[in-house]
Write a protein that binds this ligand. Sequence first.
Ligand code: GDP
Ligand code: ZN
Length: 307
Amino acid sequence: MRSTGSWYEVRRVDSGAGEEVLKARLRGKLRLGGSRSTNPVVVGDRVECSLEPSGEVWIEQVLPRTNYIIRRSSNLSRESHIIASNIDRALVVATLFSPVTAPEFIDRFLVTCEAYEIPAAILLNKMDLAGATPAGVEAVERFTQVYEGAGYRVMHASAVTGEGMDELRDYLRDRTTLISGNSGVGKSTLIKAVSPGLDIRIGEISHAHGKGMHTTTFSQMYPLSEGGYIIDTPGIKGFGLVDIGGGELYHYFPDLMRVAPNCQYYNCTHTHEPGCAVIRAVETGEIAEERYLSYLKMLEEDEKYRK
Ligand code: GDP
Ligand code: ZN
């Protein structure tokens, strides 16, 4: 559920064990696992533990992961840090008002999910604010059209009016969902509404090493009252496009990917080439301009990290 260096919080899921949360330590052999990752056991992992007569709990084995997401430890480092594993789906919470979520934030998140083959959806929160003005209603319509057009499910919610809460509850039930979104969009409020009794601060960044030092953030997993888990990954902004080369970035934009086979050149970058089907689709409106601009921006910004 959580790790803070030397301790691991594990939740018993073996039959009849109830909801017990235990503090466990790691066998040395696991620490030397030989992978390039800096952390051998991560949030979301299913682990086998032994319980010693003294009450000590040891993690003996990590069961095979169905998937995991990583972030490079730093831009210069070849080492990677696994953020979380065994994720069923991902949800990005966005708002069009107070605060405004930058489309690029959403698109980066979606690209990462595509790269890891984690199904992603978007929840547009604070509909009570957006619905209060004609301009707001229009913005919601456009937003929904852009992302549904790209192939994503868009949910509308308001923690204030209760709109969309049943849909969110259904989405989360019995799954492990990675949740993301800028600070202030209402993640904590939504989760508390879905799972009363769960007292959490989603996305709170812990400054464990004090001022001026490197900021550490820990992923954390929470059980939901109706079944399922959410995984919170503070500091997801650094969540890089680690192994995505510039030439393949468009593979992770399903809307671009759909028309790209019709480009004249097989190695088309969809930036300037003659006979580019992507550019043509943007012109006809088949691909939303917002999404295409995000693609160009990511291509440009990530260029420096790939060199
Ligand atoms: P987090 O940082 O994403 O966890 O955001 P919080 O859950 O802490 O919410 C930030 C602020 O937005 C709080 O003051 C909430 O009361 C408020 N808030 C959350 N959801 C809604 C909503 O649907 N409508 C409105 N108007 N405010 C909301
Ligand atoms: Zn093209």
